[in-house]
Design a protein around this ligand. Structure first.
Ligand code: GAR
Length: 215
């Protein structure tokens, strides 16, 4: 499956996808990376992996839709079949969502539907949750609202601040996103009743307790 990745910044999730795609037999190939911000660190990860990388600066366009039309044209010129948002910090328009419906996924740093939007780690700490994490989901017209493909949970620990919690979540993101991309590329995800149904191996005894449960 030919994949395009949209980024805005350092691109550590992009790097995890590039690394996964470089492993033998991985069912997806990243064919292009586009940043809306000039100088985004992730562009270097793409080039180091031999993947085409370009900047399409949203500031150079008269409005969101003109920018998105240029992005879609570049993605389609590269033959992109699936679009991965990886730290792409622009809200996308309804028209863009419709165009890429069922073919666009995103990673978000919270256990959705908790904490859509920004500052998820500070908000998780303020809410006092004991488990936090990340989600990979299809993109729909609601911000951070589409059908969830996969989630990873991490504990919130005493003394955490937004940075320490973000770092713990990020290590989970780097495992979750490639795993979900694999499922999608293998055709193991399908829509049913507004949800993403997945087939794969599951561990019915998997649990995370925080604080640890005493026997
Ligand atoms: C990641 O934590 C990602 O989940 C988040 O931005 C960070 C990008 O880091 N995305 C969002 O908040 C989107 N709503 P990265 O550039 O190192 O991958």
């Amino acid at each position: 499956m030919k994949v395009g990745v949209l980024i805005s910044g350092r691109g550590s999730n992009l790097k995890s996808l590039l690394d996964a795609c470089a492993t033998p037999g991985f069912p997806a190939q990243i064919v292009t990376v586009i940043s809306n911000r000039p100088g985004a660190g992730g562009l270097d990860h793409a080039r180091a992996a031999g993947v085409a990388a370009e900047t399409i600066d949203h500031k150079g366009f008269d409005g969101r839709e003109a920018f998105e039309t240029a992005v879609t044209a570049a993605l389609e010129a590269a033959g992109v079949e699936l679009l991965c948002l990886a730290g792409f910090m622009r809200v996308v328009s309804a028209g863009f969502v419709r165009h890429w419906q069922g073919r666009m996924i995103n990673i978000h740093p919270s256990l959705l539907p908790l904490f859509p939007g920004l500052d998820t780690h500070a908000r998780a700490l303020a809410a006092g949750v004991r488990l936090h994490g990340c989600s990979v989901h299809y993109v729909n017209e609601e911000v951070d609202g589409g059908p969830i493909i996969g989630q990873a949970a991490v504990p919130v620990l005493p003394g955490d601040d937004p940075d320490s919690l973000a770092a713990r979540v990020l290590t989970a993101e780097h495992r979750l996103y490639p795993a979900c991309l694999r499922l999608v590329a293998e055709g193991k995800v399908r829509f049913q009743g507004g949800k993403a149904e997945i087939s794969g191996k599951f561990d019915p005894s998997a649990r995370i307790f925080n604080p640890p449960a005493e026997a």
